[in-house]
Structure formats: structure tokens, C-alpha cells
Design a protein around this ligand. Structure first.
Ligand code: NAD
Length: 262
């Protein structure tokens, strides 16, 4: 059974990695999807067509830049005009910058906070009135293990991810009696472009191979010694949208191979 038939979801940063995995799992359950993110326009068109054909849902795309509030609001309005409503918002777009804080470029700090945290404020603010009107809504913020714990040289990312866990809780309390839930997913390592870049940088500075650094990176923090997948995160997002999760709100859900248990 398609448990999300008749629902419409906006998934930010869904042209690759975790967001793409979430969009695919929501579509597989019948949700109409507004894709968002950067990338090759031909590949994005192909993704739109593939999801629509494979799952029989409506799929649209917004190129809104998550650093630009006006474009974020226009993306939510576009979803409303195409689908009639926005029932599910997944705040997933994110970037990383790794650098000691005394050398951290101010513009990189601003970009990480804007994309990983402030964009979620704008999507939620724009979409919430529609959810309130229907008496049903799901807000899912893709935070991180770094929303619950810190690592050196990731100050902006850790600050943004702790911030989005706080935002998740505050929103949950504000809408608790209105059929709307707000939760965070906190992945550990997922082998996406965002992490490939970090492994490449480590390999460059250590002289080790990509494969060696990949193993070391996972081994440092992950008891299971393995990556989580976009598909696993997407299936958790589907569960959080289900009726079974209607009493789950204001919570961070770890998908991290045991990272937070240490
Ligand atoms: P990714 O680089 O594969 O995907 C990031 C997505 O965000 C892409 O679609 C990209 O186009 C989009 N994006 C970036 N800047 C944007 C902007 N200004 N406006 C609109 N879209 C923009 O990375 P990912 O690993 O899939 O990351 C997705 C989310 O998961 C991020 O919030 C990240 O912090 C979080 N996360 C990732 C991991 C991991 O190990 N990969 C772990 C924990 C949390």
C-alpha cells in the first residue's frame, strides 16, 4: 500500500546523496515530490522523469538556492501551486567546511549556517500555514551525529547541526496539538559527495589511498565500522511520515552505526 498517496513533499538538496535517497523512498510510497538542489540540468530532468515513471507520482524541480530566503519561499509557493499543498518538508540541503576556527573563513561560516540551519527556518515558516490548515504535517530535518556531538575543525557545521536539533524541538512544541510532527534524523557517515570530498582531502594530506582513508574515517567513530545508506535514511523518513509515528515528535533519531552510544 502507498501510505503517502495524496501527500506532497518538498525535499531540499535532493539532487544527490541522502536527499535523493529520501525523495526516492517518499515517492515509492506515493508522495508527489518537489526536488531541489544543484547539479547537471540534464541529470536532474532524468531524475524527475525516472521518479515520476517508476512510482506514478508527480515530480517537479526548484533550483532555489538555500542561501536566498526569497528563492526558498518561491520554492514552497511553486510546490503549492503545482501540488495544491505542501504536507511534508524535508530540510536536507547541506554543505561542510573543515578548518580550525582561528583560520575559518567568515564567508564559509556564513554559508554553512545559511544552508544547514537558516534555510530550514524559511521552509518551515512558509509551509507551516498549509499544514495547520489541513491539521496534518511532517517536518523532517536532516541534522547529523554532529547535531548531538562535536568533532574538531567542524565548528560551523557542528553549530548549525546542534542548532537544527534545537529548531526541531522548538517547532515540535509549537505545533504539538495540530497533527504536525517535527523530528530530526542524525546520520553518522553516509558515503555521499559531501563525505567523498572529506576522504579525498584526508588522502591528499596523509599520502594514503582513498580506500585506506575511507576505512580509517569510518573506523574512528563508527562501532559497526560501516556506512549508513541514503536508502536507510529514506526509509526512516517514510516511517516518520506514517501514522505509526504520529506520537514521535521533537526527537533526534540516530542512524549512525552506534556512534552516539560511545
Ligand atoms: P551531498 O553533497 O550529496 O548533497 C547535498 C545536497 O544539497 C545536493 O543536492 C546539493 O546540490 C544541495 N545543496 C548544496 N548547497 C545548496 C544550496 N545553496 N541550495 C540548494 N541546494 C544546495 O551531501 P549529503 O551527504 O547527501 O548531505 C545531505 C545532508 O545530510 C546534509 O545536510 C548533511 O549535512 C547531512 N549529513 C550527511 C552525512 C554524510 O555522512 N554524508 C552525515 C550526517 C549528515
Amino acid at each position: 500500500m502507498s501510505i503517502l498517496k495524496g501527500k506532497a513533499a518538498v525535499v531540499t538538496g535532493s539532487t544527490s546523496g541522502i536527499g535523493k535517497g529520501i525523495a526516492e523512498q517518499l515517492a515509492a510510497e506515493g508522495a508527489d515530490i518537489m526536488l531541489n538542489g544543484f547539479g547537471d540540468q540534464k541529470e536532474i530532468r532524468q531524475l524527475e522523469e525516472d521518479l515520476a515513471r517508476q512510482y506514478g507520482v508527480r515530480v517537479a524541480y526548484s533550483d532555489a538556492d538555500m542561501t536566498k530566503p526569497d528563492e526558498i519561499v518561491a520554492m514552497i509557493k511553486k510546490a503549492e501551486s503545482i501540488f495544491g499543498a505542501v504536507d511534508i518538508v524535508v530540510n536536507n540541503a547541506g554543505i561542510q567546511h573543515v578548518c580550525p576556527i582561528d583560520e575559518f573563513p567568515a564567508d564559509r561560516w556564513d554559508a554553512v549556517i545559511a544552508i544547514n540551519l537558516t534555510s530550514a527556518f524559511h521552509t518551515i515558516k512558509a509551509a507551516l500555514p498549509m499544514m495547520k490548515q489541513k491539521g496534518w504535517g511532517r517536518i523532517i530535518n536532516v541534522a547529523s551525529a554532529h547535531g548531538l556531538s562535536a568533532s574538531a575543525n567542524k565548528s560551523a557545521y557542528v553549530a548549525a547541526k546542534h542548532g537544527i536539533v534545537g529548531l526541531t524541538k522548538a517547532v515540535a512544541l509549537e505545533v504539538a496539538t495540530q497533527g504536525i510532527t517535527s523530528n530530526a534524523i542524525c546520520p553518522g557517515w553516509v558515503l555521499t559527495d559531501l563525505v567523498r570530498g572529506q576522504i579525498e582531502a584526508r588522502a591528499k594530506s596523509s599520502g594514503r589511498s582513498f580506500e585506506e582513508e575511507k576505512k580509517l574515517l569510518v573506523a574512528e567513530k563508527t562501532p559497526t565500522q560501516d556506512f549508513s545508506t541514503p536508502e536507510q535514511i529514506g526509509k526512516l523518513a517514510v516511517f516518520l511520515c506514517s501514522d505509526a509515528a504520529s506520537q514521535m515528535t521533537g526527537a533526534p533519531f540516530s542512524v549512525d552505526g552506534g556512534w552516539m552510544a560511545q
